[in-house]
Design a protein around this ligand. Structure first.
Ligand code: A3P
Length: 314
């Protein structure tokens, strides 16, 4: 399908569940999607041909995508301050199935700074590896996957949804937790998403770099250094240590969230939300302020069941 099909095509043919308010999620290839992203997703699979030099940032929503977009752009281009001051990270590095392919005519790659970079084109995606594998594997492009502990991811997601003007009623946290535990969340199940990239990073470490929000927050410098090495762009020349310090500083939550462009109440074109909504607290462990014991226990139980047998810990 040239345009990825219409919403109606998916609406009438896929398993569907109520998610938040009146919004439903559609199950497609084992994962849950908002209807509006399915045509664009199909277009990515049909038309996107990565180059071996491309870098693709993959993430489950609310796990640090915005931060990693800023970091990747800065590391690859070795100069970031001016670009970051004047462009929201999402306008520097577009998300394939949301910003570039949206089910209509694909957006021009060249309208995003990172997609016509002489160093390497950078794209982002929330698509699970299980769905994207046939698109990315043949090109040998590099992928960077960021993940975050499930409880902070869920709270960040829940807060993000509460800010959205498209939902009129508040979304009870108990409901959000139940849906999350049963896998029902856009691009979920979260656990399958993480494990898809985790396993691929073990199998192809030269191609897939796996990092957690928490380790990056704890010690950004060594991890950004490692990331640069993975990208074939190490910080080992004269004066490079200062450049690394500058990049880590410019991409910190405190700095990044205070640039005017990131404080803007202007709405993004591709989501009904202000640019500022991608920055909230940027803390590790914020879930403790929201989840009661019962909620904590139900998430911990599913985390043990899904992750611990695979050798991945949270
Ligand atoms: P919180 O809601 O917990 O504050 P995503 O970019 O994947 O949508 O994730 C958003 C989360 O990352 C939000 O978490 C946001 O505040 C946090 N974030 C954004 N920029 C960050 C940065 N530079 N450093 C650390 N966290 C950041």
């Amino acid at each position: 399908m040239e345009n990825g099909g219409s919403n109606e095509d998916y609406d009438s043919s896929l398993p569907v569940e109520k998610w938040c308010g009146d919004e439903k999620l559609y199950q497609w290839k084992g994962f849950w999607f908002r209807l509006q992203y399915l045509p664009g997703t199909q277009q990515v699979l049909d038309h996107f041909k990565p180059l071996p030099t491309d870098v693709i940032l993959a993430s489950f929503p609310k796990t640090g995508t915005t931060w990693l977009k800023a970091l990747l752009y800065s590391v690859i281009n070795r100069s970031s301050r001016d670009s970051l001051k004047t462009n929201h990270p999402h306008m520097l590095v577009p998300t394939l199935e949301i910003q570039l392919y949206d089910g209509t005519q694909p957006q021009s790659f060249s309208s995003f700074a990172s997609t016509n970079s002489p160093a390497a084109r950078i794209f982002a995606t929330h698509l699970p590896y299980q769905i994207l594998a046939d698109t990315v594997k043949p090109s040998d492009c590099r992928m960077v996957y960021v993940t975050r502990n499930p409880k902070d991811t869920l709270i960040s997601f829940w807060q993000f949804v509460l800010k959205s003007t498209s939902y009129e009623d508040p979304w009870p946290l108990e409901v959000a937790v139940k849906k999350f535990c049963s896998g029902l969340i856009p691009f979920g199940p979260y656990y399958d998403h993480v494990l898809g990239y985790w396993r691929e990073s073990l199998e192809r470490p030269e191609q897939v770099f796996f990092i957690t929000y928490e380790e990056l927050k704890d010690e950004p410098k060594p991890h950004v250094k490692r990331l640069a090495e993975f990208l074939g762009n190490p910080f080992n020349g004269d004066g490079e240590e200062e450049v690394l310090d500058e990049i880590v500083g410019n991409c910190s939550f405190e700095k990044l969230s205070n640039y005017e462009v990131n404080k803007s109440s202007e709405h993004t074109q591709w989501m009904n939300l202000p640019f500022s909504s991608f920055f909230r607290k940027g803390d590790v462990g914020d879930h403790i302020n929201y989840l009661n014991n019962e909620m904590l226990e139900s998430i911990d139980a599913i985390t043990r069941e899904k992750f611990h047998g695979s050798g991945f810990m949270y």
